[in-house]
Every structure is written in structure tokens, then in C-alpha cells.
Design a protein around this ligand. Structure first.
Ligand SMILES: [Ca+2]
Ligand SMILES: [Ca+2]
Ligand SMILES: [Ca+2]
Ligand SMILES: [Ca+2]
Length: 301
């Protein structure tokens, strides 16, 4: 599965987010987040085009005017959400649901399967989406980023640190929020980007990378690696990569965009690409195996 982000924020947002998927069918999903003029936009639409048959195209209908500026299509991710054999699509609507944000799961015919709504106004729930089976039960789970989320009542008084909500895919094909991860620094915007890493360490549970592009002591950005496990994502990150530890002077906006899950060097471990657009850089991280040895000594009386 490849992933392409294009277009720009301000005008002409047709094609803001593209996903090419369904490799056996060579089809493409295209999202129109707004019309040409941001002042007079609509809810956004999702478009589907079969690349082998130009006649085969689908789209969702336009929503009523009260849903203007919802930013539907700001993010997009593929997965299977209804238990059939067809791939479906998750679409972020970060200003939807009265600004609490929303993610809509569509089936391959672009019919709504499920709505997942955010819980804090202005947190931009749905700014990023990742689909991964972090608990290894064969059902695709959904991670949703809210990079402007503030944890109310947090004794450390962080604000706009960002959060990632994890929705477990149940046997009934419902999506239940089971975990929430939080940023570690005010305005670090944890969850602005995310990617499934596929199974980074080969243990049968899919793993997740989360970007926080203003994290670190100089706000240069960080990427967090979380591993899956039988009872959900392990909330203590397996690794945190800070921009300031990579190069001097540090690159800016490290973790603004992430793409993972592809094995770039054919060592059978999926690798990770990290975007830092303010420094015009993409950094590729190659995954390598680490052997851990559990040693124990037994005494005989
Ligand atoms: Ca499906
Ligand atoms: Ca699962
Ligand atoms: Ca794993
Ligand atoms: Ca590799």
C-alpha cells in the first residue's frame, strides 16, 4: 500500500489526501476535503476511482450547508472494518461533530459503516489516523490523533500536548475506545502524524509510530514508537527519537509526517520514513533486529 499526500491547506484542496491501495485491483481512493474556495466550502466528499476501469467511480454525496468547514478528508487510511474480504476506508473529519472531530468508516462501496466521534472541542480529533491490529486478534483496530488535545485536570498543567485514542475493533465490528495516550510537553502536538509500522519486532502484534513535531527541549520534534501486545498497545514507548539527538543543528518539525510498514532494505523488518518539512528533509530509519537474552542461574542445594 502506498500513500501520497498532496495539495495545500489554503486553496484548491481537491486531492488533499490520496491513498493508492487494493494492489490486486489497482484502484485509488481520492478525497476532496473542500471545494476550491475555503470561504464557501462544504463538508467534503470521498471519491473512488478504479484505475483499470475509468467508468467505475464512486463518491459520497455532499452534506448540508451546516457541515461546512468540517474538513472531511483531512486524513485517510485503509483497513477492513466489517469482517468481509474487502478493504474499507477511514476518513478524518477533524472539525466535524460540532468541532469535537470525527472519523467516518466507509465500506468499499463508500457506505457508512461506523462513526467515531471525538470528546473535546478544538482538539482536531481525526487530524491523523492509523489502522493496525495492535492486539493481534486479526481485526483491524483504529488509532486517531487529536494533536490540539489538552488533558483537563492534568496536574502537570500541560496544554495542547495532543493525544492519540485507540479504538479496539470488537467481534461485533464496533469500535470501542480502550486507551488514550498523551503528549509529554505543552504544544508538542503529539498525534499530528501517525503510521502503522506493521509488525516491527515480529511478535505477531502490529506496532505504531506517533509524531509530535514540536516536542523536545527545543521544540524540534520527536517520534514515539509503541509496540502492540495481547491486551492492547503498550503505553510506555519502546523508543522515542528526538530530533536534537540526530544531528547538530537539529532539524525542525521532525515527525510532521510519517510513513511506515514498508521494508525498504529487504531485511524482512519494516522501516520508517519521517518528514521534517521545515528543514526540507525526510529521514529513513532502518529497523534492525536486537537479540535479547534472558539469563538465569539456578543453584542446587
Ligand atoms: Ca470490509
Ligand atoms: Ca485487533
Ligand atoms: Ca510487534
Ligand atoms: Ca527493513
Amino acid at each position: 500500500m502506498g500513500l501520497v499526500v498532496c495539495g495545500n491547506h489554503v486553496r484548491m484542496t481537491f486531492g488533499y489526501y490520496l491513498v493508492k491501495t487494493f494492489p490486486e485491483k489497482e484502484t485509488i481512493i481520492n478525497v476532496w476535503s473542500n471545494k476550491e474556495d475555503l470561504i464557501n466550502t462544504n463538508f467534503g466528499q470521498v471519491f473512488y476511482q478504479n484505475l483499470l476501469n475509468m467508468q467505475e467511480k464512486l463518491s459520497t454525496s455532499e452534506a448540508p450547508k451546516q457541515f461546512d468547514m468540517s474538513y472531511m478528508g483531512f486524513s485517510l487510511c485503509m483497513g477492513n472494518f466489517d469482517g468481509d474480504s474487502e478493504e474499507d476506508v477511514a476518513v478524518g473529519v477533524p472539525r466535524g461533530s460540532s468541532l469535537k472531530g470525527m472519523v467516518v468508516l466507509f465500506n468499499h462501496r463508500l457506505e457508512v459503516l461506523y462513526n467515531i466521534t471525538g470528546d473535546q472541542i478544538g482538539s482536531y480529533f481525526g487530524y491523523s489516523i492509523a489502522v493496525l491490529d495492535y492486539d493481534g486478534d486479526g481485526l483491524d483496530d483504529v488509532a486517531v490523533g487529536s494533536p490540539w488535545h489538552t488533558q483537563i485536570g492534568n496536574p502537570s498543567l500541560l496544554y495542547e500536548e495532543g493525544s492519540v485514542s485507540l479504538f479496539k475493533h470488537t467481534l461485533q465490528h464496533n469500535f470501542r475506545r480502550t486507551q488514550k495516550l498523551f503528549g509529554k510537553k505543552s504544544r508538542s502536538h503529539f498525534g499530528l502524524s501517525m503510521t502503522s509500522l506493521k509488525d516491527l519486532n515480529g511478535d505477531g502484534f502490529e506496532d505504531l509510530a506517533v509524531g509530535a513535531p514540536r516536542d523536545g527541549k527545543d521544540q524540534k520534534g520527536a517520534v514515539y514508537i509503541f509496540l502492540g501486545g495481547p491486551s492492547g498497545l503498550i503505553e510506555k514507548p519502546a523508543q522515542t527519537i528526538f530530533a536534537e539527538d540526530l544531528a547538530k543543528p537539529a532539524i525542525n518539525s521532525f515527525g510532521w509526517a510519517l510513513s511506515g510498514g514498508l521494508d525498504l532494505d529487504q531485511n524482512e523488518y519494516p522501516d520508517l520514513a519521517v518528514g521534517a518539512h521545515e528543514s526540507n528533509k525526510v529521514i529513513i530509519f532502518r529497523t534492525r533486529p536486537i537479540v535479547s537474552v534472558d539469563a538465569s542461574v539456578k543453584y542446587q542445594e
